[in-house]
Design a protein around this ligand. Structure first.
Ligand SMILES: Cc1ncc(COP(=O)(O)O)c(C=O)c1O
Length: 341
């Protein structure tokens, strides 16, 4: 994305004025070249440290539509969904259900039945009630469901409190002891296969430190599980949260550096505890889509009340969350060349 010599915003070589005039505004533009580039950078962060046992599951809460389902599939990227609606979009766009991770802390019974009847690949268990439900539905459907447990890691990264999700009082996941208790309660289950553990500690994290901390916490839990139940879990899912700079006031993570830090710690702890190197799952949302999406909005009118206000066509429904999160700032590109539509 760049501003050309005439001051017009260009998205992968296409002038925004051209798009606005052809399709009208407000217009959400997704830059496929940029999406593929972001995925490539993530993959090469793993491959540059020779760690090929990894899986990228795009966090579809960030954005999902038909085209994106196709792009992700062609890039061999999996999906993390947190609602029946997201699962429905993916499924109806022929996204393979076995590459979908169903996450979230308030899954309804109907959603669980829907995803299980349609052979969802993995479910991330958030709490005991849900765990019992999954067990019951899997039994009724005669399925063996692959599950992960979401743990509260008690890590507070340096990010906005509204998007911090791994602290002690987090409403996402369970404490260590509860997970251990559940694992013990289903030893040799015919309907559940425990694949690993998961946490997402927050978003817009611009350094590797908190994820390295998370890996240490995961190994504590993996070791405890092995000691107390004999189970060796083969996967860890460290969530998303890799920061992007929406403006010059925010710092983008160095993804190469961040992944390298995680892998070094995984290698170190695997070797220290003689624990088989786990498969690593990441769930990036913003990192893949944020800077690839642009909303083009024309000004609808001007109003002078004390200050001059420019009223736009696109407002709360598109920009609302950012306003509520309060710390976002925007650089507005005001382009006089767009004809009002
Ligand atoms: C469980 C989980 N995974 C992944 C993400 C994606 O986070 P981000 O967009 O910061 O990568 C989120 C965001 O809320 C999340 O809650």
């Amino acid at each position: 994305m760049l501003i050309d010599k005439d001051g017009v915003l260009e998205i992968s070589g296409v002038k925004s004025t051209h798009l606005a005039n052809e399709f009208g505004t407000p217009l959400l533009v997704l830059d496929e070249v940029q999406i593929r580039e972001n995925i490539k950078k993530l993959k090469s962060a793993f491959e540059s440290v020779d760690y090929n046992n990894y899986e990228i599951a795009y966090a579809s809460k960030a954005f999902l539509n038909t085209e994106l389902c196709g792009i992700l599939q062609s890039e061999n990227v999996s999906l993390e969904v947190v609602s029946g609606g997201e699962f429905y979009i993916a499924f109806h766009n022929s996204f393979p259900a076995n590459k979908i991770f169903f996450n979230g802390n308030s899954k309804t019974n109907e959603e669980l039945v829907m995803v299980l009847e349609n052979d969802v690949g993995h479910i991330i268990v958030d709490n005991e009630d849900e765990f019992r439900n999954i067990e019951k539905i899997s039994k009724r459907l005669r399925k063996k469901t692959k599950i992960y447990f979401r743990v509260i890691p008690n890590i507070t990264p340096d990010t906005h409190e509204y998007i911090s999700t791994g602290q002690k009082n987090s409403k996402f996941g369970m404490p260590f002891d509860e997970i251990l208790k559940l694992i013990k309660s289903i030893k040799n289950s015919e309907n559940l296969e425990i694949k690993g553990i998961h946490a997402h500690i927050g978003s817009q994290i611009n350094e590797s430190g908190p994820d390295v901390e998370l890996v240490k916490t995961f190994f504590d839990l993996l070791n405890k599980i092995r000691e107390e139940t004999g189970a060796v879990l083969p996967e860890i899912d460290i969530g998303g949260g890799f920061s992007v700079a929406h403006s010059t006031f925010e710092k983008a993570i160095d993804i190469q550096d961040a992944i390298k830090g995680v892998i070094q710690e995984v290698r170190f702890l695997s070797s220290k505890f003689h624990y088989p190197s786990p498969k690593i799952i990441v769930e990036p949302g913003r990192y893949i889509i944020s800077r690839a999406g642009t909303t083009l909005s024309a000004q609808s009118r001007e109003q002078k009340i004390k200050n001059m206000w420019l009223l736009m066509e696109a407002w709360l429904i598109i920009l609302g969350l950012h306003c509520m999160v309060q710390n976002m700032r925007y650089l507005l590109q005001i382009d006089q060349n767009i004809q009002s539509t």
